[in-house]
Write a protein that binds this ligand. Structure first.
Ligand SMILES: CC(C)(COP(=O)(O)OP(=O)(O)OC[C@H]1O[C@@H](n2cnc3c(N)ncnc32)[C@H](O)[C@@H]1OP(=O)(O)O)[C@@H](O)C(=O)NCCC(=O)NCCS
Length: 165
């Protein structure tokens, strides 16, 4: 597996994936605004497509919540990272790809010495994603409402990341 930066050329792929039922029900009401956001250069966010043998299988976004101009995470401490992740096609779930993707992402986050922890915000009803994150070492911070979505904030401290291979 490799992560490559997403570009605006991936827009049809992203639109198709966002229509998949397993994503529509688990990604909440966020409008990802791909037309303006996909591949846009900025210093607080990186967007990736995960590929296996050149075949795109998932999307991954790493953000610096304190640098986000829209302050999605609110008034946030510096030196955190937030991750959004999904597998595009339902047929590709539960094959270990998500674990591989987030392992690459967490290694990338913690490669920055100043980064202290990574946060995520699965929907409260998304119990399989919550279990997925718990298995990686994330702990639950608590419930939080983001816009229309009831979420669970989870967090992985640098010392809790043991770098699955
Ligand atoms: C959450 C998500 C990214 C996890 O990715 P994934 O590729 O399905 O996860 P994995 O395959 O690595 O692990 C999931 C399960 O498969 C199992 N598994 C891992 N490797 C496996 C393999 N090689 N073969 C078979 N099963 C495997 C794991 O044990 C795990 O089981 P469990 O959670 O039922 O106990 C994915 O389910 C997804 O995109 N969900 C929809 C969108 C979403 O919820 N995103 C998160 C929003 S916060």
């Amino acid at each position: 597996m490799r992560l490559r930066h997403a570009t605006i050329a991936d827009i049809q792929l992203m639109r198709r994936w966002n229509e998949q039922p397993h994503l529509a029900e688990n990604l909440g009401d966020d409008d990802w605004q791909w037309e303006t956001e996909l591949g846009k250069a900025c210093d607080w966010r990186e967007q990736f497509i995960a590929e296996i043998d050149g075949r795109p299988i998932g999307y991954l976004e790493i953000t610096d919540p304190a640098g986000d101009p829209e302050q999605y995470w609110g008034d946030c401490a510096p030196n955190l990272r937030a991750i959004d992740i999904w597998i595009g096609e339902e047929s590709e779930l539960s094959k270990g790809y998500g674990t591989q993707m987030i392992t690459l992402a967490l290694n990338r986050c913690f490669a920055v010495p100043a980064v202290t922890a990574v946060v995520i915000d699965p929907l409260a009803k998304n119990t399989s994603a919550i279990r997925f994150y718990e298995r990686l070492g994330f702990h639950t911070v608590g419930p939080r409402r983001f816009d229309q979505d009831d979420c669970i904030v989870m967090r992985l401290e640098r010392a809790e990341w043991h770098g699955l291979s």
